[in-house]
Design a protein around this ligand. Structure first.
Ligand SMILES: N[C@@H](CCC(=O)N[C@@H](CS)C(=O)NCC(=O)O)C(=O)O
Length: 257
């Protein structure tokens, strides 16, 4: 059994989609990131970066003790190696293809995820934190520009390939789709006219039953009605983190290890 420490967000969906695709048994462990669960000692011991998703595999391949992992890209790679699915093995005839998949997984982790996350922050949340219009304007321009550029990178790749890393569906698609399908919502629905190959792929991946089930996992978790005060407190906690603020939680996690 695999514990999936999770909240319904794009980075969380990557993992539930992969678990569904592989038909693995899993148990959702909610990490309410607006309520501060990511700072709890038990969670920090698995995910020292105080971010979800994370997993604990109680029955790792080859036996031995349970293994805990954080970072969605590493989790996808681990589950692919565990099941032999969605990532060519090094020893297979398609060995070198493995790196074509991994380069797109790393591309997503280092580019699309952080840039879309920051664009979303400046478009939708930063105005609750600062009144300085020039800061907001610069943040939106910088990160929306990157999102536009990265959409073009995907569109070009998908104009020549069925899936991101070639002709096979892989963990690169599972890492990227949960962010990419939100582009219409983030920019506007006309974006698909600019990037038609990206739209073809978004629809193709969305048609997979495991993607639909993984995307819906724990969907009620984030639906609680909040007062304005509660929303403010959650945003203040999420968007004002520093070493000083998380050090105490980290030390507590180390003490109780
Ligand atoms: N690179 C990480 C990013 C994870 C991440 O940013 N998770 C967010 C939710 S999508 C989170 O846990 N935020 C909690 C916080 O900001 O304290 C991954 O892909 O696993």
């Amino acid at each position: 059994m695999i514990d999936c420490h999770y909240w319904p967000t794009p980075n969380g969906w990557k993992v539930t989609i992969m678990l569904e695709e592989c038909g693995l048994d899993y148990n959702l462990v909610p990490v309410d990131i607006g309520g501060g669960d990511q700072f709890k000692p038990d969670f920090l011991r698995i995910s020292p970066n105080n971010r979800m998703p994370a997993i604990v595999d109680h029955a790792p391949t080859g036996g031995g003790e349970a293994i805990g992992l954080f970072e969605s890209g590493a989790i996808l790679e681990y589950l692919a190696d565990k099941t032999g699915k969605f990532l060519p093995t090094l020893t297979s005839e398609q060995g070198p293809e493995r790196y074509k998949v991994l380069q797109w997984v790393h591309w997503q982790m280092a580019n699309l995820g952080p840039m879309m996350g920051n664009a979303n922050h400046f478009k939708n949340y930063a105005r609750n934190i600062t009144d300085d219009a020039s800061q907001l304007e610069y943040g939106v321009k910088r990160f929306m520009g990157e999102v536009d550029r990265l959409s073009g990178v995907m569109d070009a790749q998908l104009s020549a390939n069925t899936y991101l890393a070639g002709e096979e569906y892989s963990i690169a698609d599972m890492a990227t789709w949960p962010w990419a399908f939100l582009l219409g919502r983030m920019i506007d629905e006309n974006v698909w006219q600019t990037f038609p190959h990206l739209k073809r792929w978004v629809d193709l991946v969305a048609s997979r039953p495991a993607v639909q089930t993984g995307r819906k996992a724990g969907e009620d978790l984030g639906k609680k009605e909040l007062t304005d005060e509660e929303t403010k407190a959650r945003q203040n906690m999420l968007f004002n983190q520093s070493n000083d603020k998380v050090r105490a939680a980290r030390e507590e996690a180390a003490r109780s290890a």
